[in-house]
Design a protein around this ligand. Sequence first.
Ligand SMILES: Nc1ncnc2c1ncn2[C@@H]1O[C@H](COP(=O)(O)OP(=O)(O)O)[C@@H](O)[C@H]1O
Ligand SMILES: [Mg+2]
Length: 269
Amino acid sequence: MKKNIQTISITSGKGGVGKTTLVSNLSYCLAEQGARVLILDGDLGMANVDIMFGKRARQSIANLIAGEAGLEDVLVELTPRISLIPGGSGVYGLHNLDYVAKTALMDQVSQLEDDFDVMLIDTAPGISDNVLYLNSAAQECVVVVTPDPSSLTDAYALIKVLHKRHFENRFSIVCNLVRDEQEALTVYRRLSDVTSQFLCVSLNLKGYVPLDPTLRKATKLQQLICQAEPRSPSSLAMGSIAKSLCDFKYLYEAKGGLQFFWKQLSGVA
Ligand SMILES: Nc1ncnc2c1ncn2[C@@H]1O[C@H](COP(=O)(O)OP(=O)(O)O)[C@@H](O)[C@H]1O
Ligand SMILES: [Mg+2]
């Protein structure tokens, strides 16, 4: 059976909860564990994964869609094992492409299938159609929450629309910016209490990342905490989340693979 790329979106109801931090550091950890990682930066307003790696993307999917560039021109090599597709607002132009253009794009995408093991998708926060498309196209959806009450209500709103409109019924949860494990469990239980009361979905706590001043410092210096301070509490936490993310049984699931992801996203039947 052909191996498929595992596609995982990192998403949230509310902004500033640590999505880009997680996408970048988890990618780093997965690469350290031997995976070849593709990142899709799908945040409209704040496409900044490249900056986390100290690079600057010059083109994006928008150039690809406009026919000004091929996928290989748009792709940015962040490290030898991590590449980035700068998406930005371009990602959402996919839906408006005609059939021929979509098929041509699929051909290009399928060539990447053999080059990577996992794709992490950094989404914008909220419940706009764009965010919903990215999340529903991905095989696994990781919702990031923090102890901030509005982060919980916004996460619930996101899970609810993904379930009602896109029939998603399985979500992974990561609690970020928590004091300790106890607080992570409290946050997780609050969310799972409301979802189990009102929705028929299953939540799975993937892990938590403590509030770590060293992380903030590293980000300011444009360093990845997992690389700069691998023994810091947040690095250790993200390392263990990365281990539990790459569950290779998913590689053979029907919803896997890059082609499936892009077909869902662009609406090719
Ligand atoms: N566990 C953490 N400890 C301390 N600071 C954090 C942690 N996670 C994220 N941050 C900081 O919070 C801010 C927002 O994180 P970011 O990843 O950009 O969020 P998002 O992508 O969800 O908007 C950044 O300044 C980041 O360094
Ligand atoms: Mg971000």
